[in-house]
Design a protein around this ligand. Structure first.
Ligand code: FMN
Length: 388
């Protein structure tokens, strides 16, 4: 498929602009679900702030040979070194958000990762992307369900399976607790009132139907009501995954296998021993443990020993093209973003996917041009410091 043109709406040239508009367009409970981190949101803040400490050095007198932002990852050449992180319940923020983002990602030739608990199914996303999507797996407790999900992924030729390892417990998120958002989402008086203040969102949501866990629907009892859904999730998924469980998936899955949520040398050693093809260094966007380091700091600590031994990708706190450049300069082979793409769709609806990817492409290309790097592989050579 041909790359889309760099066409972003000039009224929203930054993530900050998209976030402001998203906040005005969607109900508070949906915005809080998207925005929030766990506990006092220290880790959430650090994820962004630690990027600001990383400085890069341009070399203006290098011979200019043009800029190529493309990068080869797992046998595919992507247009740019960033993709869309998996986000659960995307349809709560904006109807059809997974479809909007998946289509935009394919048009722009960047990867889109579908969450197990997304509001679009494996088959639907495979259909709109021609099988060009990655899938993130929460580990099912029952092997029959795990096998069935893997069969479904194989049937649509999904090339990359991303196994999430960083949710041994549900994050303690004050914002979600306060607004009454839980698994499953509750529609109490307060939330109904918030929805009424956002008529555009309410109209679109009513038109498209209440979001559901589309991939998991087939495993649920037809009579399951909303209050039993949380119990279904608890009974159906092992929150904790260990090396044995991953080994069983590695044996079974013939495509590329990526572990998401790796932040320690202990876990990266295991990932190497298990034969994983890559890891996403990630702390789940600051939503799981407030006491941990920022994801860019984890990457910096790991990259010295492991960047040659493992394909290390990164997500968490990336908010601009220069941040993508910073991540690559610090040793990431590739990056992902979660909230920024959802701000884009919440702010601009159908055109939000194309807009946000175009914006990041333009920002990243400008950063490469300014740093006088011909390819992303030259970015590590521009690193001055990782501390202010
Ligand atoms: C609202 C929300 C829902 C998320 N749901 C999932 C999920 O279902 N599966 C998953 O692997 N990660 C999930 N994540 C984590 C993201 O994949 C990603 O690691 C994180 O958003 C990166 O941080 P960033 O938002 O600062 O880019 C979620 C994050 C957010 C904000």
């Amino acid at each position: 498929m041909k790359s889309a043109h760099l066409n972003y709406n000039p009224l929203f040239p930054s993530v900050g602009d998209l976030k402001k508009r998203a906040k005005k367009r969607i109900p508070k409970f949906a915005f809080d679900y998207l925005e929030g981190g766990c506990n006092d949101e220290i880790n959430l803040g650090k994820n962004e702030k630690d990027f600001h400490q990383i400085t890069l050095m341009p070399q203006y007198l290098k011979k200019y040979i043009g800029v190529d932002t493309s990068i080869k990852l797992f046998d595919h050449v992507y247009d740019a070194p960033f993709g869309v992180s998996p986000i659960g319940l995307q349809g709560l923020m904006w109807p059809n958000a997974p479809e909007i983002l998946a289509k935009a990602a394919v048009a722009h030739n960047i990867p889109f990762i579908l969450s197990t608990v997304s509001t679009s199914s494996i088959e639907h996303i495979a259909d709109v992307t021609d099988g060009r999507f990655w899938f993130q797996l929460y580990h099912p407790a029952k092997s029959a369900m795990c096998d069935d999900i893997l069969d479904r992924l194989e049937a649509v030729n999904c090339p990359v399976l991303v196994v999430l390892v960083d949710v041994p417990s549900f994050g303690f998120r004050y914002r979600e607790i306060k607004v009454g958002l839980s698994m499953p989402p509750k529609m109490n008086i307060n939330n109904i009132f918030q929805a009424a203040l956002r008529p555009g969102w309410s109209f679109e949501t009513l038109r498209n139907g209440i979001p559901e866990f589309a991939t998991l629907k087939k495993y649920m009892d037809k009579k399951l009501d909303m209050s039993q859904l949380g119990q279904f999730m608890n009974n159906s998924f092992d929150k904790r995954v260990d090396a044995d469980r991953i080994a069983a998936i590695r044996d079974r899955w013939k495509g590329k296998l990526v572990l998401k949520g790796i932040v320690s040398s202990h876990d990266i050693e295991k990932a190497i021993a298990l034969g994983a093809d890559g890891v996403i260094v990630s702390n789940h966007g600051g939503r799981q443990i407030d006491a941990c380091e920022s994801s860019i700091r984890s990457l910096i600590n790991l990259s010295e020993n492991y960047s040659e031994k493992m394909t290390m990708m990164l997500d968490g706190g990336i908010r601009s093209g220069p941040d993508v450049a910073r991540a690559l300069a610090c040793g990431a082979k590739f990056t992902f973003m979660g909230r920024p793409f959802m701000y884009g769709v919440s702010a601009l609806g159908k055109s939000g996917g194309i807009h946000t990817i175009s914006m990041f492409k333009a920002q990243f290309k400008q950063a490469m041009e300014q740093l006088c790097c011909a390819t992303p592989n030259e970015l590590p050579g521009t690193l001055i410091s990782t501390k202010s």
